[in-house]
Design a protein. Sequence first.
Length: 168
Amino acid sequence: MSILNNQDIENKHITVNEKPDNRISQEWDVVYADEWKGEPGKGELNEEYGLYIERPFYIQSAMGSKRYLEVINSRNMVIKTKSTVKTQQWWFDQKSFTIKTKLNNQSWDITGGKGDQMRIWSTNSQWYQIFKFNGSQFVNVEKAARVLDVDGAKDEEARKVIVKANNG
């Protein structure tokens, strides 16, 4: 069994495949009713995604200058020197499972699922907008081998942020 078109959308049809295709839409968990804690609420940690719900945060690069993730031109993601502007503030939305900017509440987006460019875009909760934080990396849920990365590993002001194969 799998979710139709491998899209994690509420009320999506479940189908039976004739050939296995090793997609996440074919994986399931069993959660016993007497053990279910319910969804975490505002200010609580979503343990699966590694982020606190609706609690504003900054994202600091581990590179030497410790620049912060920022939105420029109302769309593109880069690293820049720390400031207190909303373009450097983020929050995790439990309803969409996306990371959003405080600038305009749009979500991280891997250019509509194509390429490696990161931007912010209207929330649609597709795989290319959903990331988990594992304590040091932001990992895309569908393409688990791809993580948030500073392009060319160059620690420069306004250097673009992309997704790239996980090198460790």
